[in-house]
Design a protein around this ligand. Structure first.
Ligand code: SF4
Length: 365
């Protein structure tokens, strides 16, 4: 792997030359690209890096469902429209039967991946999670895969159970868990966490937990959310920490960035434009030269997310539910063909990407 740039490169052709020869760009160059490069210039560099991992006209997708198993949460992030405090009306916890019904519906719609995402619920013991995940594995075997929790929930769960991250990861693995994703990261700077989410975790704790997950033999991913009040420097710090973690562990299977939905949240605000999102995706692809799979977010950008395929992305979800983002304004379409046609019109051939180890007979490849 090439060294991080320390020079003060200031022209596009110089940066393009480095990317072309496979050298890594640093923060100064990323800052320059963001501030000065045209959309076409960003697209061309992102396509070049994408081409090192994927054939030009190909992309992959999954039909998936986020299962929000509880909305009770004590973290009180000010950008969240989803949670209820333990003392508030409207809190819920899904039973195993509730979860099975959602999984059955996912399979009927042709999906084979569920992701669990809920609140920091102080009334849920570790046994709730272990029994739920073991029951899913017993009922569905390898015909369905699930992302069990985000790292943020995993950290809370471990602390609440008075376990180290390593011990908690081992317990979940014994229950049949294979994935704990990098969700709940938003912007990974201590300043962002202090401004918006001071009860959730520190960045140092986040990476400590993710390292324990990798070392336990579980798979994980990287995520990012933009469009709050984060600065360019904070975005670049997030990318730098992610790239460094991947250099050190090689444990990140993919990187997904989506955009903040502000509706009904405490901080409010207005959404960033799709154009800004696409430029950021391109920067992610160029900067994260050690993560093969860069994903674009249909959940928060709808069909416009498919434009991300021209800005370095190679993969996307077709989600059927996520209460967290839907509460804050996200809309979901089950007309998968209509969305896939956007990719085809851009010249890509979308192929279903199975995360489940078994081959569900109901999914067309
Ligand atoms: S974003 Fe997650 S951790 Fe933060 S308040 Fe909402 S449910 Fe809780």
């Amino acid at each position: 792997m090439s060294q991080i740039a320390t020079s003060t490169t200031t022209t596009f052709s110089e940066i393009a030359g480095k990317v072309t020869e496979g050298s890594r760009i640093g923060r100064d160059e990323a800052r320059w690209l963001w501030s000065n490069a045209s959309d076409e210039e960003l697209r061309s560099l992102a396509a070049m890096v994408r081409g090192r991992f994927h054939a030009p006209a190909t992309c992959t997708y999954m039909v998936m469902r986020i299962i929000n198993y509880t909305n009770v949460c004590v973290a009180q992030c000010d950008y969240c429209a989803f949670y209820k405090l333990p003392s508030q009306d409207g809190g819920y916890v899904l039973s195993q039967e509730d979860v099975f019904a959602k999984l059955d519906e996912l399979l009927a719609l042709g999906g084979d991946l569920a992701a669990f995402n809920g609140g920091f619920n102080p009334h849920l013991p570790l046994s709730y999670y272990c029994e739920l995940f073991a029951a899913i594995r017993a009922r569905y075997g390898d015909g369905l895969e699930f992302y069990a929790l985000t790292i943020a929930e995993f950290m809370y769960l471990a602390d609440h159970a008075k376990l180290s991250y390593s011990e908690a990861a081992a317990r979940l693995k014994d229950a049949g868990v294979r994935w704990i994703t990098g969700g709940g990261s938003e912007i990974l700077t201590e300043e962002f966490r202090a401004r918006h989410s001071k009860f959730k975790y520190t960045v140092a704790q986040y990476f400590e937990a993710q390292r324990a997950i990798v070392e336990a033999g579980l798979k994980t991913t990287a995520t990012m959310v933009i469009g709050f009040d984060e600065s360019l420097e904070e975005r670049l710090e997030h990318l730098e920490r992610t790239r460094q973690f991947q250099d050190e562990t090689g444990g990140l299977a993919s990187f997904l960035c989506w955009t903040f939905k502000p509706y009904f949240t405490q901080i409010g605000g207005i959404e960033i434009t799709t154009a800004e999102y696409l430029r950021h995706l391109a920067l992610c692809r160029i900067y994260l030269d050690n993560i093969p799979r860069i994903r674009t977010s249909v959940l928060t950008q709808n069909e416009q997310a498919l434009g991300g395929l021209n800005y370095g992305a190679d993969d996307f979800d077709l989600p059927i539910e996520d209460e967290v983002t839907q509460k804050a304004g996200a809309t979901i379409s089950l007309d998968f063909e209509r969305i896939l046609n956007y990719a085809r019109e851009l010249g890509y051939t979308p192929t279903y990407r199975h995360v489940s180890l078994g081959q569900p007979p109901w999914v067309e490849v």
